[in-house]
Write a protein that binds this ligand. Structure first.
Ligand code: GTP
Ligand code: ZN
Length: 219
């Protein structure tokens, strides 16, 4: 017992690989992609990959690591820029004929949908996106990108040309073992409703909304 328990505990605490569930066609206005489903056995979260073309490591892959935003991605919310960024990423991949979107189920920068609605309520009363998280007892960003490495490995992808404005995301992915060799800005969906939100992301979360460097060379 005393010999085996620590070993068992160590094995239980080690992150397990996401399980591939299946894949199907995903026709969109821009291309017919492949939609791949995975389940993370540790969190139970159902992550997605949306791919186009031959994915291997012969050339760096145009990629987006997109965090779930039900309000922006599915409900047309203009409080943020998520839905427009997702559309722009799929458009660019379609134009290039090759690429991948990892759609990670970490809603609300990891706090979940219910807490994001609580955060929005605080924002309606004057808080900014960071202050609202803090008032709820959360850090500004709770996301974890560890699942990305095994997901990309499933497709034989190692080197990314990442579409993001967030240098911290580039650093987090690199720390989690991915090679981000280029950062492509992805400016879309800016409007009067999300102007303050975007200004806060630039001022407090380090997002880069002008073409420039940060985290990895820009294209
Ligand atoms: N807690 C919280 N989460 C938010 C809020 N607005 C958007 N989100 C979530 O933020 C995540 C997207 O992160 P963003 O900060 O918009 O962008 P990013 O992924 O860091 O960077 P890009 O790659 O440039 O899009 C999604 O999970 C959204 O649900 C908010 O006001 N509060
Ligand atoms: Zn959003």
């Amino acid at each position: 017992m005393s010999q085996t328990a620590p070993i068992a505990n160590a094995l239980e605490s080690a992150a397990r690989l996401p399980e591939f569930i299946g894949a199907c066609e995903l026709p969109t206005p821009w291309a017919t992609f492949r939609l791949h489903g995975f389940v993370d056995p540790d969190s139970g979260k159902e992550h997605l990959a949306i791919t186009l073309g031959e994915l291997d490591d012969s050339a760096p892959v145009l990629a987006r690591v997109h965090s779930e935003c039900l309000t922006g991605d599915a409900l047309f919310s203009q409080r943020c820029d998520c839905g427009a960024q997702l559309e722009e990423a799929l458009r660019r991949i379609a134009t290039e004929g090759r690429g991948i979107v990892l759609y990670l189920r970490q809603e609300g920068r990891g706090v979940g949908l219910a807490n994001k609605i609580r955060a929005y309520q605080l924002q309606d009363a004057g808080a900014d996106t960071v202050e609202a998280n803090e008032q709820l007892g959360f850090p500004a960003d709770m996301r974890d990108y560890a699942v990305c490495a095994p997901l990309l490995k499933h497709f034989g992808v190692q080197r990314l040309r990442l579409m993001t404005n967030n240098p911290a995301k580039v650093s987090a992915l690199q720390a989690a073992g991915m090679q981000v060799i280029e950062r492509q800005p992805i400016l879309a969906g800016h409007n009067t409703a999300n102007q303050r939100y975007l200004e806060t992301k630039a001022a407090r979360l380090g997002h880069l909304f002008a073409a420039g460097t940060g985290g990895a060379p820009t294209s």
